[in-house]
Design a protein around this ligand. Structure first.
Ligand SMILES: C[S@@+](CC[C@H](N)C(=O)[O-])C[C@H]1O[C@@H](n2cnc3c(N)ncnc32)[C@H](O)[C@@H]1O
Length: 244
């Protein structure tokens, strides 16, 4: 998408409404992450408004974060208990926290927000740098093929059809860059608004190679936070990596 700036995807408007419709996996994710961490210190890459970090911290874990968007951090810090979460603003593939953690995690497809293969490789390397010897890196994403209806490389998808407004996604996939360029369009009496985002889609196999390059290896792969076995029917994965 020409002129797209990744830092603009989660600006003030998106941040203001980010928590309006929770994804619904928060309880299961927190239970999974708390159980897998051998020591009670965690670092969330792309912490956002604390959707996962805040309930995880409420279990007694120390949770720190790295986050690109000033507006998302401001929302997190405005919440009760949010001010206690230490967040460094910057890119999760390069920021150094100066500390190691028992758990580093990156959820909600957000590895896809890094738009180059080098950025994604660096992200795995940065996770490895922040892990204690027995620490684990947990990554959760959809499987790319499930985002491409019937093998098409472009599509329009109706998200909401109301009497006075419609919301739809207009998307195109480029197999050369592996970029899925999407624009969320809303049309109502108050006008037309657009929220563009670009994702670089990668498969679990590509992630495993990036992990190996960072000195990590796959320990577990599940289809979801409930630990359903990963198989040919799976539409997403939760992958757990540790030092080789
Ligand atoms: C889908 S949200 C996920 C937020 C949070 N992890 C959650 O599960 O609700 C994606 C977040 O990634 C952040 N982000 C995107 N690229 C980033 C990068 N390179 N480094 C750090 N944060 C990034 C965005 O600003 C946004 O807050």
């Amino acid at each position: 998408m020409q002129g797209f700036n990744p830092a603009s995807s989660f600006g003030a408007t998106v941040a203001a409404h980010y928590d309006d419709t929770p994804r619904g996996d928060e309880g299961a994710a927190v239970q999974f992450l708390q159980a897998i961490a051998l020591t009670p210190s965690a670092l969330e890459f792309a912490i956002g408004t604390g959707r996962i970090a805040l309930p995880l911290a409420a279990t007694g874990m120390q949770v720190d974060g790295i986050e690109l968007s000033h507006d998302m951090i401001a929302r997190l810090h405005a919440k009760p208990a949010g001010a206690n979460i230490h967040v460094v603003q910057g890119d999760m593939s390069t920021v150094q926290m100066g500390q190691r953690y028992g758990l580093v995690y990156l959820v909600f497809n957000t590895i896809f927000n890094l738009l180059t293969v080098d950025g994604q490789i660096e992200c795995f390397a940065n996770a490895a740098r922040h892990l204690s010897d027995d620490g684990v890196f947990v990554v959760e994403t959809a499987l790319p093929h499930t985002w491409m209806p019937s093998g098409k490389s472009d599509y329009v998808h109706a998200e909401q059809v109301n009497i006075d407004s419609v919301m739809f996604d207009v998307a195109r996939y480029d197999p050369v860059t592996q970029h899925l360029s999407e624009n969320h369009v809303r049309i109502s009496a108050s006008g037309i608004s657009m929220q563009p985002i670009v994702c670089r889609l990668i498969t679990p196999g590509e992630m495993d190679l990036m992990a190996r390059m960072a000195g990590l290896k796959l320990i577990h792969r599940f289809a979801n936070w409930q630990k359903t076995p990963f198989d040919a029917q799976s539409t997403a994965h939760v992958s757990v990596y540790g030092h080789q």
